[in-house]
Design a protein around this ligand. Structure first.
Ligand code: ZN
Length: 343
């Protein structure tokens, strides 16, 4: 059975993207893992992103791209599933196998407790690993979720290691105020200032899914020269335009967050709070999640793939800023090629 079913409505939406997207583009943010990488008996989280897919094999990722972008070539940057119930070693090995087979870049999924020697040995063994993927889920369990700081899951010791080797570090910031939280943006600047040799990527535009999530962050970071931003899983055209206006087209990258963004959904923001509108009964019981809203049929037929909405927002942002093919090519392809050494 096909992984995704494509309706006439979906095809119509894709037509709006076909000429905008370069023939080859790089997706700098994808997760692949198998159910067999789960640690037996480990506690499983079931927030909405976990409900989209139980696993995302490389075969599924290839099928996703082939189905959604039938006439394009997509190069995916691969990493594992950053969850405590996943055996990171097995998942990293799976990622490395595929990255080597397909010749695409990958990031090594690490834990703040992993020793320098272990990280170095794994990355040396697999040159496909261009750096580290870190995640807030791996912060020490005693720290309340709302109080997690970057250094709790990306300790200075690992930053120094990444700096020594010139690695990429991809970062998903925590805390309820997201990018607007000074604890986050002050530390982002500290990282760029103190570790000039590593390449930081701020995932999801700092999780600024609403314009209220920006706060003073971009102004504070305006003199940074290197930090990259990926707009993975972000559909907010205003936020994209702001990041582009502050940092220019050399600092933004496309990412999908597949498998999550292969779901059918659209996003709206109400009082600074994002809400994903999904077709009724398409995901499971989401009634307890304030970020999710089910839309009944027939209205739900208008809802296409989430990734298309993300890309259409990027298209409108580029149009509004007067960008042409050259800038779009940077955002969707060349920047990632530079950062992941594919040139
Ligand atoms: Zn992700």
């Amino acid at each position: 059975m096909a992984l995704l079913s494509v309706t006439e409505q979906d095809k119509k939406v894709y037509e709006e993207l076909r000429d905008f997207l370069p023939d080859t583009f790089v997706d700098c943010h994808t997760h692949i893992w198998l159910k067999s990488h789960e640690i037996e008996g480990a506690e499983h989280s079931f927030s909405w992103p976990d409900m989209v897919a139980e696993e995302n094999s490389m075969e599924d990722l290839l099928e996703t791209n082939a189905t959604l972008f039938p006439d394009k070539k997509v190069i995916s940057v691969l990493y594992g599933q950053p969850m405590n119930y996943i055996d990171l070693e097995e998942n990293n090995n799976y990622v490395a196998q595929w990255a080597e087979k397909l010749g695409c870049p990958a990031l090594y999924l690490t834990h703040p407790g992993e020793s320098d020697e272990s990280i170095e040995a794994h990355i040396a063994a697999h040159p496909c690993f261009k750096g580290l993927k870190v995640y807030l889920e791996f912060s020490p369990a005693y720290i309340p979720a709302n109080e997690i700081r970057i250094y709790d899951f990306l300790p200075p010791r690992q930053l120094a290691l990444a700096d020594k080797h010139g690695w990429v570090v991809q970062l998903h910031i925590a805390r309820p105020k997201r990018l607007a939280d000074p604890v986050n943006y002050v530390q982002l600047k500290e990282i760029e200032d103190n570790y000039p040799n590593l390449q930081l990527i701020v995932a999801h535009l700092g999780r600024a899914y609403a314009k209220e999530d920006i706060g003073d962050a971009l102004e504070y970071l305006k003199d940074t020269k290197k930090t990259m931003w990926d707009f993975t899983a972000n559909t907010n055209q205003y936020v994209m335009e702001q990041v582009l206006q502050y940092f220019g087209p050399d600092r933004l990258m496309y990412g999908s967050d597949f498998p999550i963004f292969r779901m059918k959904a659209r996003r709206t923001v109400e009082d600074g709070y994002y809400i994903n509108e999904i077709p009724a009964d398409s995901l499971g019981d989401v009634s307890s999640d304030g970020h999710m809203r089910e839309i009944p049929y027939p209205e739900a037929e208008e809802i296409s793939f989430f990734i298309y909405e993300e890309m259409l927002s990027a298209k409108r942002a580029c149009e509004n800023l007067g960008y042409g093919k050259e800038e779009v090519e940077k955002i969707f392809c060349k920047n990632a090629m530079r950062i992941f050494g594919m040139e």
